[in-house]
Design a protein around this ligand. Structure first.
Ligand code: PLP
Length: 431
């Protein structure tokens, strides 16, 4: 199977985290997001122990909350001792409402408004990751007005193309995030920040892209970042105390994807970083990374009920579900691949279907050309695997469908973390 939390019982019915997917769908209804909490915690521990053994006790993985942000996730991150990334007052507010400590929040984003900056400062967010010069100036003004000195990391763009799909590639020179090294603008960015009384420049940040499997990408990133750190020390006399290399490790969506050995990759990054820093005569900074997808993706599964099966002789066949682009827009946005499974044995004969949703949009396809039992029919349950990242968090109310609930699976039990949106919830803002 794709991941060891997806199995089949001896009678062929699908199990997720050891529980019957059909029984969960009966109890909680569909469409349904399932999240394997034990898996999330296992992924957190894998990162923490890899970080500590490679970089020492102060190294910290920050969970990139945009992958899946709701209260219970932040409670888990607080218990597991991970830092978190947030990109909006909504994510910050969700984390704080879960009791997550503000000082461990790193605040991202390329378009922070004055209200956003004020909100984060007033709530004691530990670190701003400043994306650009305009934000820096505004942050200095707001921090000065409050009489505080705000810790920041400066986001720079090292100029690496990780050879992933362009919409999720953020490391090349002319992307909308960060300030490029190549044009000399990153050095001016650091110089400007150093000159600001209410800004505490703790370190640098970069994020080169998502779904990275290529072992070389982070090593090349280390080379470029250390090169820039050495230039900054030479030109401005500044030695950074933190280095954040962003997120991006890939996960297995289909059997064609490789398995990333993340602890081994982190060990290689540590070795490379130490050797480049010692060549440059620089001390080892506190090390941070921001995994999102690789913490929650394989903990997720979405379950649908089939509404209809459309067979068009000589053309395509469709399995139409009670969900769609509203709960998983990733195929529509990026052409993302997923593994799709029938939850019950339905005979040996198989057929090819497009798995579609129920939105008024022909592009509302969850996954094209998948193999399912030929006998698949109305009322059957279909599971889409590896939906823990960027599914619930990207869900919408298009066509005024309510978002599905998030049900957590822990130690053989299930409990509700986010309830299903009802029509009243969808209507809540209408006057
Ligand atoms: C999206 C993002 C992440 C998380 O990336 P994953 O691929 O989910 O690990 C981390 N940092 C930044 C700045 C991001 O934009």
């Amino acid at each position: 199977m794709l991941c060891d939390n997806i199995t089949r019982a001896s009678d062929g019915t699908l199990l997720f985290a050891g529980q019957s997917v059909n029984a969960l769908a009966d109890r909680w209804g569909t469409p349904l997001y399932l999240m394997d909490e034990d898996r999330i915690r296992q992924n957190c521990r894998m990162y923490l122990s890899a970080f500590r053994s490679a970089f020492g006790e102060d190294a910290l993985p920050l969970y990139a909350g945009k992958a899946a942000a709701f209260r219970q996730i932040y409670r888990i991150m607080a218990e597991e001792g991970l830092g978190v990334d947030a990109v909006s007052p909504g994510e910050i507010g969700t984390a704080l409402s879960a009791g997550y400590p503000a000082e461990n929040i790193y605040y991202h984003g390329d378009g922070k408004t004055d209200q956003d900056i004020a909100f984060a400062l007033d709530h004691g967010v530990g670190c701003f990751i400043v994306d650009n010069g305009d934000e820096l100036i505004s942050l200095q003004e707001h921090a000065s007005a409050r009489g505080l000195r705000q810790k920041v990391l400066l986001r720079i763009t090292p100029g690496i193309d990780p050879h992933t799909y362009h919409a999720i590639n953020t490391g090349a020179v002319d992307v909308k995030f960060g300030v490029p090294v190549e044009t000399g603008q990153a050095m001016e960015f650091v110089r400007a920040a150093l000159g600001m009384k209410n800004i505490d420049v703790a370190g640098l940040h970069c994020h080169v892209g998502s779904m990275v499997f290529d072992e070389d990408v982070f090593l090349r990133t280390v080379d470029l970042m250390v090169g820039f750190m050495a230039d900054v020390r030479g030109e401005l006399g500044l030695v950074f105390r933190e280095l954040n290399l962003g997120g991006g490790y890939g996960v297995r969506y289909t059997d064609d994807d490789p398995t990333a050995d993340i602890p081994a990759r982190i060990g290689e990054v540590a070795a490379r970083l130490r050797s480049r820093l010692s060549e440059a005569g620089l001390p080892v900074p506190r090390f941070l990374m921001e995994p999102g997808r690789s913490i929650v993706a394989d903990a997720g599964m979405t379950v649908y009920t089939v509404c209809s099966v459309k067979r068009i002789p000589g053309y395509k066949s469709y399995v139409i579900t009670d969900g769609g682009m509203t709960d998983n827009p990733r195929y529509c946005l990026y052409g993302s691949a997923y593994t799709v499974l029938h939850t019950a044995p339905r005979g040996k004969l198989r057929a090819i279907f497009d798995l579609a949703g129920r939105c008024c949009e022909s592009g509302d396809i969850i996954q094209p050309a998948i193999s399912l039992p030929a006998a698949t029919g109305r009322g059957d349950r279909i599971a889409v695997c590896t939906t823990g990242a960027y599914n619930y968090s990207m869900a919408s109310n298009y066509n005024r469908f309510g978002r599905p609930p998030v049900v957590m699976l822990r130690g053989g039990e299930s409990y509700l973390a986010v309830r299903r949106e009802r029509i009243e919830d969808v209507l809540a803002q209408d006057l």
